[in-house]
Design a protein around this ligand. Sequence first.
Ligand code: ZN
Length: 128
Amino acid sequence: MESVDLCPCGTGITYAECCQQVHRFHAKANTAEALMRARYSAFVKKEIDFLYHTFHPSTRRFQNKQAIGQWAVENKWMQLHILKSTLHTVEFEAHYLDAQMQVQVHHEKSTFKKQGDLWYYVEGTVKY
Ligand SMILES: [Zn+2]
């Protein structure tokens, strides 16, 4: 069973059946939470273009693909916990090891917006 590639987002199903579908077809994320999970998995799978393109168009120009890539690569993403999700928001904790191999928890409440058929990440408030 070692070879089963479970989805990093923690649903317990395989990556191929879960977030990879969204990485290939953005429209497969039919809720804010599904997009949030796929964005977390994209950090694990280094799907930097997906991360970039799922920023809401109104905020995308402020994003830097290189910085996103660096954040994805320099941390080792371990686990995602969804604390609360509503229609437009998801509060979560992402556990990771930083470049110094220290365990860190990124606790964020993210806001999402639907435009046409697609959900986008608008912004997040980091909680401490
Ligand atoms: Zn997933």
